[in-house]
Design a protein around this ligand. Sequence first.
Ligand code: GRF
Length: 196
Amino acid sequence: MKKNIILISGRGSNLQAILENIDKKSIIAVMTDNPNAKGLLIAKKYGIETCVVAKTSDKQKFKDDLYQKILFYNPDLIILAGFMSILPEKIVNDFYPNILNIHPSLLPKFAGLNTHSRVLEANEINHGCTVHIVDNGIDTGPIITQRALLIEKSDTPESLEKRVLTLEHTIYPKVIKWFLKNDPIIKNNVVINFKQ
Ligand code: GRF
């Protein structure tokens, strides 16, 4: 069976959706950079090992610790689910393309933070979320799949966050299941070959 790790920094609603929808035995650990992440309680509820690599002022030490921990687990897939630190380049170079992220916008539009308020300010018609492979840029890696919604006049950043999260919770587990079943992921006629 494939062994995967999930990296979180906060409340862990995507973590919860993943654990509800895939074989939990395939998740060998939940890692975080935030000792107070609420998602740690979700991991514990499901009996999954947790690992904290706390951010410190010593950025290089944090990067090295994270790298060593990830090498220790040597996962088949690294799943970022609201992980707010940038992965050290060495991790991306060693594990690419087997690193996934979910981002709350229709990439390549609105990479980075505060996507819900930025789409409203830009008077966008659509919004949504994207599952993509992580490369060394910020939200720039190959897109695997997206889900979109129409922005309503009454939408606020808060309502958009809620509506987009519902979409996130359906597509992220789906993509992870494709990976676990070795299903080819085909996007724009290009087959994404994960390392098996
Ligand atoms: C989600 O909006 C996800 O797209 C982004 O960070 C947020 C994490 O939320 N990367 P949660 O911790 O999964 O609830």
